[in-house]
Ligand binder design. Structure first.
Ligand code: DAH
Length: 343
């Protein structure tokens, strides 16, 4: 027994000392000291067959060797760990002769994104959720579901890009396409805005683009009335244009609302006195809005006898132009860095 123990020690110590990494060391630890089948553990099991005298001596030796091995392993483990660290930092050095690197140019948000984020902040602070919707849209959600059937003349006011050979598909002409999508998905009560890119086959000029941004809002609950709509629109207008801003609502037909209104705000350039930008009326047309039409409610799976709601929509490319005094809206989508870098 004593011989075996000495043998084990003579084998184990050099192996531990020459192990190259933590994994190797752990293998050795298990091989000799492992609780199950460790070589020393196995020898320990043999102690019970020895006579008392031998048992005492062998037992003592066994404990000594066990301690020695444990110490050797711990020491080696620390060595390996220090060496690993030293190796890790060996390649690092500060190059004091390195020349000053020119500053990388940093990107920034596009003015459209700035205004969109500002509006999202405002609406989420009022408890609205912000939804996304597809730009490639079906005829159904863009028109039919919001009370614009195939023969409806309102379709003519939105020159639509249809997808070739797929008559029922188009790129959305407005964010109103998300009204019924949202009702179907979230039901009532519902308070959402959905900002996004829209497309129309427009001849472009300083105030018209084929690609532009809108923000749509929908509120549905029990007992929602026109007063709620007006309050929300006023809050938005005053947030955007200042606390003095007034909102004027005048009847206007939109198929998906009843009654529908055209929302105007006092011209932020002349404060309502009348100027070139507001065509000397003192007012600027910003919103379309109204109480959601019962047909739209039903398309969204909601009972118009139980629920009521309002919807509004506005183009925020227009707002961006007003906010920054941009005279030609085509600049916004031009990708011209001389323009974009000013924001
Ligand atoms: N979708 C309309 C447009 O693009 C804007 C609009 C008007 C949205 C009235 C609405 C609304 O939600 O109630 O001209």
């Amino acid at each position: 027994m004593q011989e075996k123990l000495q043998q084990l020690k003579n084998q184990a110590l050099p192996a531990i000392a020459s192990s190259k990494n933590e994994a190797e060391l752990t293998d050795l630890e298990n091989k000799y000291l492992g609780r199950k089948n460790g070589e020393l553990t196995e020898l320990m099991k043999g102690l019970k067959d020895l006579n008392p005298e031998e048992k005492k001596n062998a037992g003592q030796l066994l404990n000594e060797i066990k301690k020695e091995l444990e110490e050797a392993i711990n020491k080696k483990r620390e060595e390996l760990s220090n060496a690993g660290f030293a190796q890790a930092i060996a390649g690092e050095k500060a190059d004091l002769s390195q020349p000053y690197l020119p500053k990388k140019e940093r990107g920034h948000l596009h003015p459209n994104s700035i205004v969109q984020k500002e509006l999202e902040d405002l609406f989420t602070s009022m408890g609205f959720m912000v939804l996304d919707g597809p730009e490639l849209e079906s005829d159904y959600y863009n028109f039919e579901a919001i009370n614009i059937p195939p023969t409806h003349p309102a379709r003519e006011s939105q020159d639509t890009f249809y997808i070739k050979n797929h008559e029922n598909w188009l790129v959305r002409t407005h964010t109103s396409s998300n009204q019924v999508r949202a009702m179907e998905k979230y039901g009532a009560p519902l308070k959402m805005i959905t900002p996004g890119r829209c497309f129309r086959n427009e001849a472009t000029d300083a105030r018209h683009e084929h690609t532009f941004y809108q923000l749509e809002g929908v509120v549905v609950d029990k007992n929602i009335n026109f007063g709620h709509l007006k309050a929300v629109l006023e809050t938005v207008a005053q947030h955007l244009f200042g606390p003095e801003t007034k909102v004027r609502l005048r009847p206007k037909f939109y198929p998906f609302v009843e009654p529908g209104v055209n929302g105007e705000v006092t011209c932020l350039l002349c404060g309502g006195k009348g100027c070139g930008v507001c065509k000397h009326t003192g007012w600027m047309e910003i919103f379309g809005a109204g109480m959601i039409h019962p047909n739209v409610m039903r398309a969204g799976g909601l009972d118009p006898q139980v629920y009521s709601g309002f919807a509004f929509g506005f183009g925020f490319s227009r707002l961006v132009m007003l906010k920054y005094g941009i005279e030609d809206g085509r600049l916004l989508m031009s990708g011209d860095l001389r323009f974009v870098k000013q924001f």
